[in-house]
Design a protein around this ligand. Structure first.
Ligand SMILES: Cc1cc2nc3c(=O)[nH]c(=O)nc-3n(C[C@H](O)[C@H](O)[C@H](O)COP(=O)(O)OP(=O)(O)OC[C@H]3O[C@@H](n4cnc5c(N)ncnc54)[C@H](O)[C@@H]3O)c2cc1C
Length: 332
């Protein structure tokens, strides 16, 4: 292929790929926020690379979006390129390393949702991921934060990932160690690498075990519906404290649960700014009652931080990723 031909091809690709001024309000769980100046939904790693390189050439900031379940987008929107990968393949790989009779490897595109992945796994008699039932996430967003629920973390199942480098568009396979998956953290927080796919190691099971796991999935979802708001929220707004940040003890352990401190304030279902309110079900969840702006949510979160500080001398920090704000809008 000649250089001229390549340039034309990539020009056509970019013209089709890059959209202008696209609403983000309908693409995040808070249902607030302004538009993306540019927006792309790459369906292949090649398109992902083309979008990143275009943003690099145009000197634009990049934000990679999953299903928007852990973000708050500024009312001004995002003045750069938002990429929402549509990498939706799931492949069963032959596990040549260890135990193909008992385990299987699943290679899963960044855009696949955790619900789709759980369905697929259980339909193929593969166990483990059902513990994350009812959590809204794509594989990309879930690896980013190391999705967790009670004692389960996604890192228990990840063996490797394909990442794409922001500056070069280079796709590399990295190990789970490289990803540095911890509580609410990963190497991806460096903002220099994005997930293209992740590979999970899951235990094979009998039909009976798979049927039980499907029952467990239903039970977990029922439990979650009772305990948490199901929509117009990002789940827990503040992360739990690290051990060294707190002094209060409970049953011989440091009290790290932010919801504990928030609960003590008696703000559930009452503390409100505009249409943003603290959920009546969970003190660490903020909910858009319908017409909240992102500024309302920020102002409510700041009041919550101040109240915890006044009562306990510690300041909760955001787990929710704050996107498109010119300055960090919360208390540090
Ligand atoms: C009702 C509700 C309940 C929740 N319950 C839980 C829970 O029990 N446990 C839990 O851990 N979380 C929970 N959450 C939070 C949320 O589900 C997780 O953080 C989830 O991982 C978000 O995934 P996402 O695809 O929506 O990512 P987004 O919210 O779209 O993005 C979050 C971050 O991930 C990054 N990201 C997304 N895709 C990629 C990619 N391909 N490569 C690199 N980075 C990427 C984004 O850039 C952003 O920084 C809950 C949220 C809601 C709304």
């Amino acid at each position: 292929m000649t250089l001229a031909h390549q340039t034309t091809t990539s020009h056509i690709l970019l013209k089709e790929l890059i959209q202008h001024n696209v609403s983000l309000r309908d693409k995040n769980w808070f249902k607030t926020g302004g538009p993306a100046r540019f927006f792309a939904e790459p369906a292949t790693a090649h398109e992902f690379k083309a979008a990143l390189l275009w943003a690099h050439t145009e000197n634009l900031p990049v934000f990679v979006l999953g299903c928007g379940a852990n973000i708050l987008i500024s009312d001004a929107g995002f003045d750069g390129l938002v990429i929402r990968p549509q990498l939706n393949a799931i492949d069963i790989l032959v596990d040549q390393t260890s135990t193909p009779e008992t385990h299987a490897l699943l290679k899963v595109g960044a855009g696949v949702t955790i619900a789709q992945l759980i369905n697929y796994s259980l339909e193929h008699n593969l166990l483990g991921l059902e513990e994350f039932s009812g959590i809204p996430a794509t594989v990309g967003g879930a690896v980013f934060i190391n999705l967790h629920y009670y004692e389960f973390a996604l890192s228990d199942f990840i063996v490797s990932a394909e990442i794409i480098e922001k500056e070069t568009g280079l796709v590399k396979t990295v190990s789970a160690d490289w990803l540095k998956l911890g509580y609410d953290q990963s190497q991806l927080f460096d903002g220099q690498h994005y997930i293209v796919s992740a590979t999970f190691k899951l235990r094979r099971c009998t039909d009976l075990e798979a049927a039980c796991a499907k029952g467990r999935r239903t039970e977990i979802v029922r439990h979650r519906v009772k305990r948490y708001p199901a929509t117009n929220t990002c789940g827990s707004f503040f992360r739990n404290f690290h051990d060294h940040e707190v002094t209060m003890m409970s049953n011989g352990k440091k009290m790290i649960h932010t919801a504990y401190y928030l609960d003590k304030l008696g703000i559930k279902g009452t503390l409100q700014v505009g249409d943003a309110i603290v959920s009546w079900q969970h003190a660490n969840m903020l909910v858009n009652k319908g017409n909240a702006t992102s500024a309302d949510i920020i102002n409510l979160a700041r009041i919550m931080q101040q109240l915890v500080y006044n009562s306990f001398g510690i300041v909760p920090q955001s787990e929710c990723q704050l996107i498109g704000f010119s300055e960090y809008p919360l208390l540090k």
